[in-house]
Design a protein around this ligand. Structure first.
Ligand code: 5RP
Length: 245
């Protein structure tokens, strides 16, 4: 049986850095006895699937792969791997996902691709949750590199009220995420809107408190702050090395 190819060879140092992080995470955390594997979203994750495929058809034939959204579902299908869903598999052996930024304590911002709700479900379901990213995502305090704010999934009916609530919590400029050419709001895989809410550095230094406050706003479905969840983070560097946190 030939192994399908799901990603082209990297053509830039950033792509090589993503591939390096992804391959390292798979080599260190995806074992032959792992049967249920969560596959995250974004441009780094195809390299995760590439490396899992390299473990061979024999080990992959009995595994089931759970996606965090439409993109990773397509990826799993294209790779000819067995697709499952979170409601069938509430316990996952290992989930590997990307991130928009990761701080010194392994807290992260996620949801640049609007998938944070399903990503958090698969992170919580996993015995081991691992982040893979290129070096640009590595920082001390969240919000240092990722400037567009915390992605927040909201029920469409409540978005204007949540915008007001976020301003009250201290966000200077929360914005409803719009499609290109302002064609309308971005809609998540769950039929909801996304708000991007930047917060001052002082508040970003305590992401758990911020997460708790935002989550209490009526109409908020999930917040793209992932606190105290990651077991390990791998950043690929331009010089071919990997930084592990
Ligand atoms: C999607 C996400 C992604 O994991 C995050 O945006 C990272 O993507 P990339 O690997 O393309 O940098 O959270 O909601």
């Amino acid at each position: 049986m030939s192994v399908p190819s799901v990603v082209a060879a990297p053509t830039s140092s950033i792509e090589s850095a993503k591939q390096l992080a992804a391959w390292t995470a798979v080599d260190k955390h995806v074992f032959p006895n792992h049967q249920v594997i969560g596959i995250g979203s974004g441009s780094t994750v195809p390299y995760v699937v590439e490396r899992i495929l390299a473990q061979g058809p024999e080990v992959n034939k009995d595994r089931v792969f759970i996606p965090t959204g439409f993109q990773s579902k397509e990826l799993i299908v294209e790779a000819k791997l067995r697709l499952g869903d979170a409601d069938q598999y509430p316990r996952i052996d290992v989930t590997i996902d990307g991130a928009d930024e990761v701080d010194k304590d392994l807290n992260s911002i996620k949801g640049g691709g609007a998938c944070q709700l399903r990503e958090k479900v698969l992170a919580e379901a996993a015995d081991t949750w691992v982040i893979v990213a290129d070096y640009r995502k590595n920082s001390q305090v969240l919000g240092t590199n990722w400037k567009q704010g915390i992605p927040i999934e909201v029920v469409p009916f409540a978005y204007a009220q949540v915008l007001r609530g976020l301003a009250t919590l201290g966000s200077p400029a929360p914005k409803l995420r719009m499609a290109k050419m302002k064609a309308g709001p971005i809609v998540s895989d769950n039929g909801n809107f996304i708000i991007d809410a930047p917060f001052p550095e002082e508040q970003m230094k305590d992401p758990l408190t911020l997460l708790t406050r935002i989550k209490l706003l009526t109409g908020v479905v999930e917040v793209g702050l992932f606190c105290n969840m990651a077991k390990a983070v791998y950043f690929g560097n331009e010089d071919g090395t990997v930084t592990a946190k």
